[in-house]
Design a protein around this ligand. Structure first.
Ligand code: GLU
Length: 281
């Protein structure tokens, strides 16, 4: 099978060795199968993304020799597409506006690991799901800010949960259990799409048949698989690879300045050396 895969960084910092590892795995899988390696800028968080980081992604990948198929898909140029997807879900009663503040929610709920990258986030207790049309109208009229949430109960009721599975390389078929994430956010006022919605839609629109990304995103795949079922989108195969850790055994992040490709280039390392560091530790 020709593997059509992608590397999808968020330009909120410089690429580090963990990104290089991920990009190399994807690039190799595409190359070995005669497929394609696509590049996507996950720049929906326009407040945190910076043009210089995006520019550095292009420069670092080119320097490493990980050439990609053009054009690059920039999510910030597709907010209208995500809005159309949201309105489709809305028409079928799968989303509702939520006016709760983070503070209000944390007063009520327990913690879970539903956010991308395992960040601690809250399972929403569904307070605003209960609002009447009249109450909603009043809040809209008052101009209260709101997010759009997935009505998880309605969503799950509309799919065949038994067949909600995805294929994980080296593990086989994984049964999905999206209910544990609760009514996840699909859009916010300042960011009109969430990571989950944009990534699911884009993987489909870009024809991705194999997703290669870090293990920290494994839980998110349960949500992506549900969204695929709701939207009638194809399900790619998945490979969630292990994460590179720093000298203290913690996952590398954009805060680890010494491990950025940019700093390694500035120290005078050659591309082969950086590829080796990322792929063989
Ligand atoms: N944008 C995510 C990141 O920078 C990756 C998302 C994905 O590969 O699905 O970690």
């Amino acid at each position: 099978m020709k593997i059509i895969t992608r590397f999808a960084p968020s330009p909120t910092g410089y690429l580090h060795l963990g990104h290089v590892y991920s990009a190399t795995l994807a690039w190799q899988a595409a190359r070995e199968s005669g497929g394609e390696f696509l590049l996507r800028m996950e720049d929906i968080d326009t407040g945190r993304c910076r043009p210089e980081f995006e520019q550095a992604v292009y420069e670092d990948l080119a320097w490493l020799g990980l050439e990609w198929t053009h054009p690059v898909r920039r999510q910030s140029e597709h907010f209208e597409d995500y809005a159309a997807v949201l309105s489709k879900l809305d028409d079928r009663g799968f989303i509702y506006p939520c006016f709760c503040t983070r503070k209000e929610i944390s007063a009520e709920v327990t913690e879970s690991e539903s956010a991308p990258h395992g960040r601690q986030s809250l399972v929403y207790p569904g307070t605003c799901r209960q609002l009447t049309d009249r109450e909603r109208q009043q809040r809209f009229e008052r101009g209260d800010p709101y997010a759009l949430r997935l009505n998880m109960v309605n969503a799950i009721a509309s799919v065949d949960l038994q067949s909600l599975k995805f294929h994980e390389q080296d593990k086989g078929m994984i049964r999905c259990d999206p209910a544990r994430f609760g009514d996840i956010i699909l859009a916010r006022k300042e960011t009109p799409t969430s990571y989950h919605l944009a990534v699911t839609f884009d993987d489909a629109i870009q024809g991705i048949n194999h997703v290669i990304r870090g293990q920290d995103l494994f839980p998110s795949t349960h949500i992506h698989r549900l969204l695929q079922a709701l939207l009638g989108l194809p399900t790619p195969g998945y490979f969630h690879h292990g994460l590179i850790s720093d000298t203290k055994g913690r996952k590398l992040s954009k805060r680890d300045k010494d491990a950025t490709v940019k700093s390694l280039r500035d120290y005078g390392y050659q591309p082969e050396e950086v590829l080796k560091m990322a792929n063989y530790g």
